[in-house]
Design a protein around this ligand. Sequence first.
Ligand code: CDP
Length: 216
Amino acid sequence: MIIAIDGPAGSGKSTVAKALAQELGLSFLDSGAMYRAVTLAVIEHDVDPMDAEGCARIARALSLEFDAQGRIQIDGRPGEPAIRSETVTKAVSAVSAHSEVRAAIVPQQRAEAVRRGGLVADGRDMGSVVFPQADYKFFLTASPEVRAKRRAHELHEQARFAEILADMQLRDHLDSSRKDSPLLCAPDAIPVETSSLDAQGVVRLLLARVRKDAKS
Ligand code: CDP
């Protein structure tokens, strides 16, 4: 089974996707971690994030794997926590907007789904581009303020709320307006507004949807 969970930053995708995967006995794929890994390597190699071919060369050369806990390994080394740094977060939308970069990453995501015999994948284009045949597609949303509050809490940086909100809105804009695989709710995805729900509430909702079909 393939379950695609897309949505903007801070919509709770990763938390929900991980919990849902565990409940259903499926594997979890953090597609954003792959773009963050490429971005980290781009920065480390002093490549300009706007240089499509330079970024693509890096993307093609990197070995990206996941450990048993689903954490990314870059050329055999743990990508966490470096891939979550502010520098990476600020550059990741530019790097991932290049079609040449996506062309290097998307086949690896599809290969993971085959290798693991199905998964719950979270990202921006899981339902719209990477897994159009997914059994379930969910699109999580929440107000920008709620999303920024969640992210600030996650990072233990509540004092930086305003800056996190501004960065997030810029990233949403870049991710939604790019030509290749923009952030959008696929026509056949189920929209889930999560502003007034906690992660458990969202997981319950998604599980109910999946289990309802299993019964009928
Ligand atoms: O956790 P958060 O929502 O902040 O971001 P992420 O899932 O780690 O993704 C980081 C960035 O990678 C996004 O802002 C997108 O620019 C890019 N991305 C993408 O282009 N396609 C995906 N399937 C996943 C992430």
